[in-house]
Ligand binder design. Structure first.
Ligand SMILES: [Zn+2]
Length: 994
């Protein structure tokens, strides 16, 4: 019965006669459809006229075939993998139906804006995905649709006829060109129409958005004009901008679909609309031969999105964002050659197809020049109209227009999977024949590519830019310049598709969303974030509770941490401050692995989080986002270097000492700073003299303060206090604090300071931690610590100081065995060390709010405020000042005061002249230095030291303790055990003189 109904409906339609040009043997496809909106039902009848003998695949996908006739004979199709075959020429008639429900669009973060589902519902009809029996290749389509009153329909057409009938409204679409597929949209639209240069421009908008139609039509005129001039005149007679209830953006011949949420964004007319209109030429006029790769997105993106930014002077920024997007989302598992791109389904495929694709055309234009580039595109479009074209067709067109062989160019950018990774090596400046010349090597890591590279050299007087041709894996270049070269910038305008260097790559959201290993760190507040966590879990994020997170997790993942005050953030950044209300997402470099990121997200309510969650993926290139009830109110990208920048000559820093400040004046100025840091080079006595003078100066001015010292460890505070209160001797103090075992530097360097403190009853505070813990961290990381050791270390650690990390990495490189050691662990141990000292200072000041503290520590812990000062400040917000020896760096911001003290030898510490070893709890002489104090006292190799005067020797440090305060000519006795031939050990007492 049904069949009969359809056949009658079919006969009632009036078909246009088609002027089929060129491919006369193409199938003609007559399709008529009607709808039962309430049931989400499409009823269809297809009559396919096959004009050539042969086999044809008919694909059925989501539709249900009701009957098939071949030349009036009913046949039973054998459907396999959604396909059945027919043979011969004649007419195939297919009756079918499809149910297309309007269920929820599943959120797909990686591919927002591409909805390919079919819908038949009260909201409207959107059929873009094989909603009729599909055939191989192109056909001439004649579509008729019967719609309920109130609906307006759009499909590929140069003309649309509308006829009111008793059953509803009949739409007939006339499109006289061969086309691989058709699409259909209908809804309760308001229509707006204008004619421009013989083209009919339509806007189909929902009543609530009809006010937007005018703007869209105006911009459409502009784009049709621009691209008509640039390429060829617009190929069709009408063009429609169609608002759609799904979130999507699409272009088909003669119309474009823009989702309601998209249409309302004010910038779309300046961006996406132009892109979609350009697709009328690239994709919808010249079709894409998908089997041979999709060239149309790269080309369209280049001549639309890129072009609009280029015109505003933001081309380099746009291209850099392409490279950032590529770096963020195309991890090695997701990387594929451009020629394999057919369409986007995630960030990685978009970065390849659109990003790398656009860069290919940018480099091509640079290579063959504007004229050849655009005339090739005109030729190509004319030549391949209404045909599927491939990358090869494009290459042929560009070769013809430029007269150049471009095989190598297309093959390297299309077929190689990766992108060039370049490195500058051995940059140096030499003066050749009186001309300053910059020499450098360019290395390609991985595959070798051929490309042009711009090199800009800035000198003190000029700026020159040269283009060099890179052809080999390693090449040397020389560029003569004028003036003193300061800096070399390679590819500062981002003209080459390449890997970004570390300093060019900011931490961005797309890295978080597409890293190969991603971890969500949740805390007790997880309910609030449940919606977003669900979305991300589907994206491949794994989830862990904050207290379970190991350093290993942090190092091997990009992290998303919810809340801004959890233990993981404290461990990495010390403290994270709330930066706004609503919903905030901020991305930072992962301090334990700078190739990964740590993102921090927090929201004021579940509602705020849920509303923002769907939108995050649109902002992949940013490092910071804020939303208010789902509306973006702030977005920022972290600044990074533009181009690969190499410093060529660090200018010498000179100080003009017209006026130097006396130490006394400095003391007067810093008098009331809560924390006064005085740096030292440990073995430079003059530095310790400066420390002492500052201490004395403060005391003399009546200040109440303590001295915090890196040289002592916290567990020995009691021994320090005992000595300060005279409960133990100086020797016992050194023994009980294990000074010589742990600090080892000559005690005479510090002795005056300690003695002054003791005499004036200035508290001395041990700042340092057990070296055992930092050593352990240095070799195994924080994960290597036992729980008891962990309890010793502060919860909050700021690992994010890049400059400090860089300075430490320089130091690390000079360490022995650095190749086999892990720098991350080394860095962690250094930070831990600083954090411990900052924590000790903070604790002291909290307990003694009316006291100041003078901190004595190695300059490295104080310079640039990086080691201790910033950390203490983070903890207590108290003002501080730094005074450091200027010898190591006269850099402006390395300290508040840089002092220059003349070299001063330390008070002499006499050496016994022995090499000792500890053996079975006893100290044995291993070697005696000729002419030494030991030799003249009669000590011998093999002697076991028992005591000096009445000072018992338990370990080597005890010998140091005995010796440090000896004066020349002082006499001593030493008791040893000496081995006698056959009779064992005997006690011997010897007398010596220093
Ligand atoms: Zn596109």
């Amino acid at each position: 019965m049904k069949i009969l109904v359809y056949s009658i409906a079919f006969l009632l339609f009036l078909f246009f006669t088609c002027n089929v040009h060129a491919e006369e043997n193409l199938p003609v496809y007559d399709l008529s459809v009607s709808f039962d909106i309430e049931k989400n039902l499409l009823k269809g009848f297809a009559a396919i006229h096959l004009k050539e003998d042969g086999e044809m695949n008919i694909s059925v996908n989501d539709i249900r075939i009701i009957s098939v006739k071949m030349n009036d004979q009913t046949i039973q199709p054998e459907i396999k993998d959604s396909i059945f075959k027919v043979r011969g020429k004649g007419i195939i008639e297919i009756v079918y139906e499809g149910i297309f429900k309007d269920d929820n669009e599943s959120a797909n973060l990686q591919n927002a804006g591409v909805v390919t589902k079919n819908v038949v519902s009260n909201r409207g009809i959107c059929l873009t995905n094989r909603w009729y029996p599909g055939i191989d290749g192109k056909a001439i389509f004649n579509l008729k649709a019967l719609l309920p009153e109130g609906f307006t329909a759009i499909s590929e057409a140069d003309e649309i006829a509308v006829l009111k009938t008793a059953k509803g409204i009949e739409y007939s679409f006339h499109f006289p060109h061969p086309i691989p597929e058709i699409n259909f949209v209908a809804a309760r639209y308001v229509e707006m129409r204008e004619t421009y240069n013989g083209i009919e421009i339509f806007g189909y908008f929902f009543p609530e958005d009809i006010a937007l139609a005018k703007t869209y039509i105006e911009h459409t005129k502009k784009y049709l004009q621009i691209y008509g001039d640039l390429i060829n005149p617009y190929p069709y007679q009408r063009f429609s901008v169609v608002e759609i209830f799904l979130s999507t953006g699409y272009s088909m011949p003669t119309f474009t679909l823009l989702g309601q949420d998209v249409v309302r964004l004010p910038f779309i007319v300046d961006t996406s609309l132009g892109h979609e209109i350009l697709h009328q030429w690239f994709g919808n006029h010249v079709y894409v031969d998908y089997k041979a790769g999709n060239w149309s997105e790269g080309l369209t993106a280049y001549l639309s999105d890129h072009q609009y930014e280029e015109e505003k002077g933001r081309g380099p920024e746009f291209r850099k964002n392409i490279l950032i997007g590529y770096e963020s989302s195309v991890n090695p598992e997701k990387e594929f050659p451009l020629k394999n791109f057919t369409g986007r389904n995630d960030f990685a495929s978009k970065a390849v197809g659109y990003g790398k694709g656009a860069m290919l055309f940018h480099m091509l234009k640079d290579l063959i020049g504007n004229d050849a580039f655009y005339s090739a595109l005109k030729e190509f479009t004319k030549e391949k109209e209404f045909q599927a074209a491939s990358w090869d067709d494009l290459r042929t067109a560009f070769e013809k227009a430029s007269g150049k062989n471009l095989g190598w160019f297309f093959s390297q950018w299309l077929e190689k999977k990766r992108v060039p990774s370049i490195e500058v090596r051995d940059p140096r400046v030499i003066v050749l024949k009186g001309i300053p010349t910059v020499l450098f090597d360019i290395l390609q890591n991985g595959d070798t590519y051929i490309f042009n590279l711009s090199v800009k050299i800035k000198t003190d007087t000029a700026e020159i830019t040269e283009k060099i041709k890179i052809e080999k894996g390693k090449e040397s270049f020389e560029i003569p310049v004028q003036g003193d070269p300061l800096e070399m910038i390679i590819d500062g305008n981002y003209d080459v598709m390449r890997k970004l260097s570390k300093d060019e790559y900011p931490p961005v959201i797309s890295k978080l969303l597409s890293d190969n290993k991603r971890l969500i760190v949740i805390s007790e507040e997880k309910e609030k974030y449940a919606g977003l966590i669900d979305i991300l879990k589907q994206e491949g994020f794994t989830v862990k509770e904050d207290y379970q997170i190991l350093d290993e997790d942090i190092r091997t993942n990009s992290l998303l941490v919810f809340g801004f005050d959890g233990p993981v953030l404290k461990r990495l950044f010390g403290e994270v401050k709330k930066t706004g209300s609503g919903f905030v997402l901020s991305v930072r470099k992962n301090p334990l692995n700078t190739s990964k990121v740590v993102a921090i997200a927090y929201g004021d309510s579940k509602d705020e989080v849920d509303l923002a969650a769907k939108k995050i993926s649109h902002y992949g290139k940013y490092s910071y986002l804020r939303f208010d009830k789902g509306m973006n109110t702030d977005k920022q990208a972290d600044a990074t270097e533009n181009g690969i920048i190499t410093g060529l000559y660090e200018p010498v820093q000179l100080v003009q000492p017209q006026k130097t400040i006396k130490l006394d004046e400095v003391i007067n100025t810093v008098l009331d700073k809560p924390v006064i840091y005085v740096g030292e080079r440990h073995t430079n006595y003059e530095d310790h003299k400066v420390q002492l003078k500052i201490i004395m100066g403060l005391h003399e001015r009546g200040r109440k303060f303590a001295i915090g010292m890196e040289m002592f460890q916290k567990p020995f505070q009691k021994a320090i206090n005992d000595y300060m209160s005279d409960a133990i001797s100086e020797k016992e103090f050194l023994k009980n604090t294990q000074y010589f075992k742990r600090w080892q530097f000559d005690y005479n360097l510090y002795r005056e300071i300690i003695e002054y403190a003791k005499a004036k009853q200035i508290p001395v505070i041990a700042l340092n931690l057990w070296a055992e813990i930092t050593k352990k961290v240095s070799s195994d990381g924080l994960d290597g610590l036992a729980d008891i050791e962990r309890s010793e270390i502060p919860e909050s650690m700021d690992m994010s100081d890049e400059g400090y990390k860089e300075r430490l990495s320089e130091i690390f490189k000079h360490h022995r065995n650095h190749e086999t050691r892990n720098f991350d662990y080394f860095y962690q141990s250094q930070v831990l060390w600083d954090e411990i000292m900052a924590d000790s200072i903070d604790k002291f000041l909290r307990k003694n709010p009316d006291s100041q503290i003078v901190v004595l520590a190695g300059t490295g812990h104080i310079m640039y405020d990086s080691g201790i000062p910033k950390r203490t400040y983070r903890l207590n917000g108290k003002d501080y000042v730094t005074v450091i020896p200027g010898t190591e760096s006269f850099h402006e911001d390395s300290g508040d005061y840089l002092f220059s003290a003349e070299h001063l030898p330390a008070p002499p510490t006499f050496k016994l002249g022995v090499i000792l070893k500890e053996k079975g709890g006893r100290v044995e002489i291993d070697q005696i230095v000729p002419g030494s104090i030991a030799k003249s006292a009669g000590l011998e190799k093999g002697d076991i030291l028992l005591s000096f005067d009445d000072w018992k020797i338990d370990d080597i440090a005890d010998v140091n303790i005995f010796m440090f305060d000896k004066k020349r000519g002082e006499k001593f006795t030493v008791k040893v055990l000496r081995k006698r031939f056959l009779t064992g050990y005997k006690e011997v007492i010897l007398n010596g003189t220093i």
